[in-house]
Design a protein around this ligand. Structure first.
Ligand code: FAD
Ligand code: 2HG
Ligand code: ZN
Length: 476
């Protein structure tokens, strides 16, 4: 367990007293946790790189309860940490000091699903995979899919504006989320739980809370537009011997697969090594420097198969692809997806992981991986590149046997400067949380950050909501 160095001072919030605990026990009987053994899981992040020391975990069941909790905390000046499935990768989901953890785990009811419009309305604590399973029974799916689907909550997904494996096809949550219910810092309930596709009456307030990482309010319910489940799904895993060829394949796939293309994911040979070594997954292809996973989803099997085989024929005969395999059967599809989806899980078995989640112009997408390998040499156990190539989102992960400050100093700020120079983003989809908040200036102007700080001050004047996260401390 390696602590991130906490270069931060506790702000002047009140500390939880026995009177506070008595108040919460009265408000939420049976949903107040003070047992340190149970608290441990909520104090430590998924990567096990951060540990808070909260002594109080609240598990409200209703929006009204969340409202009462925040009204009380605001009046007492008690800091809080909203938490969903605690799968966040930037240290946003766990307390830094003794913030009260407010978990959505008991808010997991589906409120309504309209099978004509495809709009699902549910509480924030619903687990993404459960929602997807529920929808699949009715021939629909969630518009997003992440490797963490078995644990993450829809409220956490919206709060991080999670991207994931389906964004290429269905777009970001900024488009698919139609409405939100949010409890503000003072306990006021903001009901923007609309199910409308179109609504241009004034500012679109829900957008403020999408990607706000729990710093502006607690999301208690979500309404989201869900696509139909495609009856025909095919997955191809292709091996390539140069990155330039991958870009050509991408272009070709956009043109030849068009509307049925539903994922274009990338992994390099180091990722393949790590999943095979630690998770014992089998690589069905010959060794190549790069692999891509292409998924098609459509409504007509024959039509899709025909399109896909034309596409594959073209990329194979033109020498863009060195080796490939196609899956149409569900278990084989799952096995191919596992090679891509389980990289994050495999990497935690490999050592200490330095994680970077970058948006870059596609031409530069892989250059930084090579650059880092050369720069770090044998000091890094592994430098891997993978990600949502179709969305210009690279996951650059570097592994060392244990946390190594000197290695970190060789990576940062060099990497962030490189990203800024090439007009990329230092956080494409994971957010800033605790770990990356001070890096915001590599991707946003001072004026933009200042405006964010002003918005935070209006919505949460005492700063009780997820302090120490997302925004750097205010400086004149
Ligand atoms: P948490 O981790 O509990 O919280 C995340 C942030 O949201 C915190 O700042 C928290 O305070 C805040 N928050 C949580 N719930 C609420 C709420 N109801 N109201 C207000 N604030 C709230 N991310 C991607 O974008 N794409 C991926 O492909 C992807 N794959 C992943 C694969 C694995 C194996 C893992 C471990 C993580 C992956 N992630 C990915 C990161 C993570 O799963 C997402 O960020 C996810 O959306 C977090 O949801 P959660 O419920 O776990 O939120
Ligand atoms: C993915 O796409 C996730 O697999 C996780 O966003 C990426 O662990 C990572 O860096
Ligand atoms: Zn990702």
């Amino acid at each position: 367990f390696t602590h991130v160095r906490y270069n931060v001072q506790r702000l002047g919030f009140a500390a939880v007293t026995t009177e506070d605990i008595a108040f919460f026990n009265g408000l939420l009987p049976g949903s107040v946790v003070t047992d340190p053994d149970i608290l441990e899981a909520s104090n430590v992040d998924w990567l096990r790189t951060m540990r808070g020391r909260s002594q109080l975990l609240l598990r409200p069941r209703t929006t009204e309860e969340v409202s009462q909790i925040l009204r009380y905390c605001n009046s007492r000046n008690l800091a809080v940490n909203p938490q969903g499935g605690n799968t966040g990768l930037v240290g946003g989901s766990v307390p830094v000091f003794d913030e009260i953890i407010i978990s959505t785990v008991q808010m997991d009811n589906i409120i309504n699903f309209n099978s004509t419009t495809g709009v699902l309305t549910c509480e924030a604590g619903c687990i993404l995979e459960n929602l997807n399973n529920y929808l699949e029974e009715q021939d629909f799916i969630m518009p997003l899919d992440l490797g963490s689907k078995g644990s993450c909550h829809i409220g956490g997904n919206v709060s991080t504006n999670a991207g994931g494996l389906r964004l290429l096809r269905y777009g970001s949550l900024r488009g698919t989320v139609l409405g939100l219910e949010v409890v503000l810092a003072d306990g006021a309930i903001l009901n923007c739980l609309s199910s409308l596709r179109k609504d241009n009456t004034g500012y679109d307030l829900k957008q403020l809370f999408i990607g706000a990482e729990g710093t502006l309010g607690i999301i208690t319910a979500v309404s989201i537009l869900c696509p139909r489940k495609s009856p025909a799904v095919n997955v191809a895993l292709l091996g390539c011997d140069s990155f330039e060829k991958i870009l050509d394949i991408f272009k070709e796939s956009k043109s030849m697969l068009g509307e049925i293309l539903s994922a274009f994911e990338f992994l390099d040979y180091s990722c393949r090594e790590v999943v095979c070594e630690h998770l014992k997954l089998r690589n069905p292809l010959q060794e190549t420097p790069f692999y891509i996973l292409i998924e098609t989803s459509g409504s007509n099997d024959d039509h899709d198969q025909e399109k896909l085989s034309h596409f594959l024929e073209k990329v194979m005969t033109s020498g863009l692809v060195a080796d490939g395999t196609v899956a149409t059967e569900e278990n084989k599809i799952k096995a191919l997806w596992a090679l891509r989806e389980r990289i994050t899980e495999a990497l935690v078995h490999d050592g200490f992981v330095y994680k970077y989640d970058i948006s870059l112009p596609l031409e530069r997408f892989h250059e930084i991986v090579i650059d880092m390998r050369n720069r770090l040499g044998v000091r890094a156990k592994r430098v891997v590149g993978y990600g949502h190539l179709g969305d210009g989102n690279l996951h650059l992960n570097i592994v060392s046997p244990a946390f190594d400050q000197q290695l970190l100093d060789s990576i940062e700020p060099y990497l962030y400067e490189w990203i800024a120079q090439h007009c990329g983003s230092i956080s494409a989809e994971h957010g800033l949380g605790f770990k990356k908040k001070n890096c915001i200036y590599f991707s946003k102007s001072r004026a933009a950050v200042h405006m964010m700080q002003q918005m935070k001050a209006i919505l949460d004047p005492k700063g009780i909501l997820n302090p120490y996260k997302t925004l750097p401390a205010f400086t004149q």
